[in-house]
Design a protein around this ligand. Structure first.
Ligand code: AMP
Length: 281
């Protein structure tokens, strides 16, 4: 496995693979890899001849006052995870390699980014779509892998790939959780032991909402209210949103008519965590 830092080096490698008729999978990440990322890399490695993992904390998707500077980074550890999971190439560019000083072209998603995380992080998905478009152009993969943990991001990337005619299959992968239910996240490292315990309220709310939906509750508002009530019982938790939206358009829904995405963002102390489930009917 190689680690490269320039766009030219990635292109050279991919060109070589293409000459040999090999297929390429891409797993975009911000590094500090855990078993969630690992599951994406392993799947990519099963389904493609070669796998590129991008490891880049993308400044453009962070808003003012967010955790860009403190976001955890550990390339040596990431390299070990990537190697074990079957990656062939890590692309680890500097911000200067990715963005010219006078960079001024952005990919903006007009509709799917209005609800959920888009309300609290108004420029976030513009940053995500921009960097993912760039990574698609740089690595020209056959398939790209994204986690259901960031369900709105996955829906947005699917729409972007369709709208902008990227000839790339977008593959969604299930949420990987800790043994006690907490969704794995690089940001979990911010949590104190007490906050780590309090953070369980997210997956507990997901489990409650999911069981109500599976038992036939059709009123989305009832499900959302029950989840909010459960979260409100945890003193360290502050709800950013709990929302039920159409699984494709991301518009708010009142009725649990599949597919529905029920998603939440909750602050545990200063750390903002997300979790969700999809009701498939
Ligand atoms: P990040 O490094 O947090 O930007 O995540 C990179 C990719 O890994 C995204 O497609 C995420 O959705 C995915 N991912 C992060 N956490 C998990 C998880 N717990 N389970 C599955 N996929 C995940």
């Amino acid at each position: 496995m190689k680690i490269v830092e320039t766009i030219a080096e990635v292109r050279k490698e991919v060109k070589e693979w293409r000459k040999q008729g090999l297929s390429v999978g891409l797993v975009p990440t911000m590094g500090f890899l855990h078993e969630g990322h690992q599951s994406l890399i392993e799947r990519a490695s099963r389904e493609n001849d070669r796998v590129v993992v991008s490891d880049f904390v993308n400044p453009v998707q962070f808003g003012p006052g967010e955790d860009l500077a403190s976001y955890p980074r550990d390339l040596a550890r990431d390299a070990a995870v990537c190697e074990a999971a079957g990656a062939d190439l890590i692309f680890h560019p500097s911000p200067e390699e990715m963005y010219f000083p006078d960079f001024s072209t952005y990919v903006n998603m007009e509709s799917l980014s209005e609800e959920l995380c888009g309300k609290t992080r108004p420029t976030h998905f513009r940053g995500v779509c921009t960097v993912v478009s760039k990574l698609f152009h740089i690595t020209a993969p056959d398939r790209a892998y994204f986690g259901q943990k960031d369900a709105q991001q996955l829906a947005i990337i699917k729409r972007m790939a369709r709208d902008l005619n990227f000839d790339i299959e977008i593959v969604g992968c299930p949420i990987v959780r800790e043994a006690d239910g907490l969704a794995k996240s690089s940001r979990n490292t911010y949590l104190s032991p007490e906050e780590r315990q309090a953070a369980l309220v997210l997956s507990q709310a997901v489990a409650l909402g999911q069981s109500m939906a599976e038992q036939g509750e059709k009123d989305a508002e009832k499900i959302v209210s029950a989840m909010k009530e459960l979260i409100a019982k945890e003193p360290m938790a502050r709800i950013d949103y709990v929302q039920a939206v159409d699984g494709v358009s991301m518009s708010p829904v009142r009725e649990m008519k599949a597919p529905v995405l029920v998603a939440m963002a909750v602050y545990i102390g200063k750390t903002r965590l997300i979790d969700n489930f999809i009701y498939e009917g």
